[in-house]
Design a protein around this ligand. Sequence first.
Ligand code: FES
Length: 118
Amino acid sequence: MNEATEHLVAVGRLDDIPRQGARVVRTAFGDLAVFRTADDGVFALRNACPHRGGPLSEGIVHGRSVTCPLHNWVISLETGEVEGPDHGCTAVIGVSVADGVVRLDLSRLAAAMAVAAE
Ligand code: FES
């Protein structure tokens, strides 16, 4: 394991996440939503919409975005930025997939969650 991978934590298999769906990973710093796109892209965000904290894991995944289930804000899976209708962002968590195993980079999670919660 090198410096780039030493903070990666295995959280499950890619096959356990439905295409255009998500799974929740519970951490000491709060829940994360791990998304799988139609083309097998994998992304992780803090599982709280920047609007009013809606559960993004229950949103609709389309392209590289998710639409929040509560008030339909659209959030980029790549940047965590709101694409519309307003603005804001949620924490993006680093993801790695190797041999079908999804790993999250939790090394900066506490700081990322604190910034996103502001
Ligand atoms: S809580 Fe997500 S759009 Fe309102």
